[in-house]
Design a protein around this ligand. Structure first.
Ligand SMILES: NC(=O)c1ccc[n+]([C@@H]2O[C@H](COP(=O)([O-])OP(=O)(O)OC[C@H]3O[C@@H](n4cnc5c(N)ncnc54)[C@H](OP(=O)(O)O)[C@@H]3O)[C@@H](O)[C@H]2O)c1
Length: 311
């Protein structure tokens, strides 16, 4: 099969098309023919070696944590059949930037009726991150005030919509050029981070989700309600320090490490079916030009998501 691989850590130029054997399918696994692969910031962090303490030094390595495609092979007793259209999130091992991938059944979900492969591939990792972060420390109750920092990014667009679907009053933080876009996702209030420091507003929040990890628990604790929780996507020493004090404080600090989950993805698929959640794909690149997608995502300026088309 064709795959976009790296043979060493480095810049986007390390991404090269290579012929690789189709991986072997084990019991309980699915062989999926990939139609489209989502691009996430973690892909460039793996590519440039920032995460090599986790990802090791085995090459060639196929990046990619999000796929949408068609089941090619499944166990006879599987709940999936060849021909089923599925989407899912992979572990940090990756494998999405290729023509085929092996997925555990527990990692995938049927693609909602009417959702195209490109849109489907843009959803799993970012939407699961948003859902699992917002559920951390307890589900949102209707009427809770929730603040999402980085509301125009891959994770943020889903966090705004999931929090709204749960009945929260949502304050979204983004730059002026994304204000109308973020409002169209359902945010009740939008703050331009260049015009106002959201950590100094008078409102208080049950959850502050820093989807782009640009603030800190220290600053955000001032806008948390008693019993409120700050959740970030990228932990640092300060966060670990405050997290270690959680048992002594009513305002909690935490971070999310998203996990593949077919059942959580099923919840997201239901929101899509109900018209409560949609994606936004800024740009689609052919698989061969994955380096172009990496250059763009590294700017941290993408609105919504980027996708690689494989078929
Ligand atoms: N721990 C986990 O499991 C996990 C899972 C997913 C993602 N992550 C991490 O979470 C982070 C965000 O991921 P993502 O996919 O949402 O990234 P992304 O899509 O690349 O985020 C880009 C967006 O961030 C906005 N942005 C940039 N600087 C900002 C700032 N200072 N304040 C508010 N918004 C800002 C940009 O809007 P403007 O151009 O308008 O500023 C842009 O729309 C990444 O570091 C990623 O690695 C972690």
């Amino acid at each position: 099969m064709k795959a976009l691989v790296i043979n060493q850590y480095g810049g986007p130029e390390q991404l090269r098309m290579q012929e690789i054997a189709i991986p072997d399918r084990g019991k309980g696994e699915l062989l999926v023919r990939i139609h489209a692969a989502g691009v996430n910031p973690v892909d460039f962090k793996i590519r440039n070696g920032s995460m090599k303490f986790i990802t090791g030094s085995r090459f060639p390595r196929i990046l990619g944590g999000d796929i949408a495609g068609v089941v090619e092979q499944a166990d006879p007793r599987s709940s999936y059949r060849p021909g089923d259209k599925v989407f899912g999130m992979l572990s940090l091992k990756g494998g999405g930037y290729a023509e085929f991938v092996i997925m555990k059944e527990s990692q995938v979900c049927l693609i909602p009726e009417g959702l195209g492969m490109t849109d489907a591939a843009s959803i799993p990792l970012a939407a699961l991150t948003a859902l699992q972060a917002l559920r951390k420390g307890g589900n949102i109750k209707p009427g809770d005030r929730v603040l999402v920092n980085g509301a125009s990014g891959g994770v943020g667009i889903f966090a705004v919509q999931i929090a709204k679907a749960e009945g929260a009053y949502v304050t979204a933080i983004c730059s002026a050029r994304n204000t109308e876009f973020v409002r169209s996702l359902g945010a009740d209030q939008v703050i331009d981070y260049n015009a106002e420091d959201f950590t100094k507003v008078r409102s208080r929040y049950m959850k502050v989700f820093d989807a782009v990890a640009k603030s800190s628990f220290y600053k955000c604790s001032k806008i948390l309600e008693k019993g409120g929780r700050y959740i970030t996507t990228v932990p640092n020493k300060g966060l670990f320090f405050f997290q270690s004090l959680n048992f002594t404080r009513s305002k909690k600090a935490g971070f999310i490490m998203a996990k593949p989950s077919g059942s959580d993805l099923g919840f997201i698929a239901d929101l899509i079916d109900q018209g409560l959640l949609r994606t936004h794909v800024q740009k689609v690149f052919p698989l061969e030009n994955g380096s172009g997608a990496h250059e763009l995502i590294e700017t941290e300026r993408v609105r919504g998501k980027l996708v690689l088309s494989v078929i």
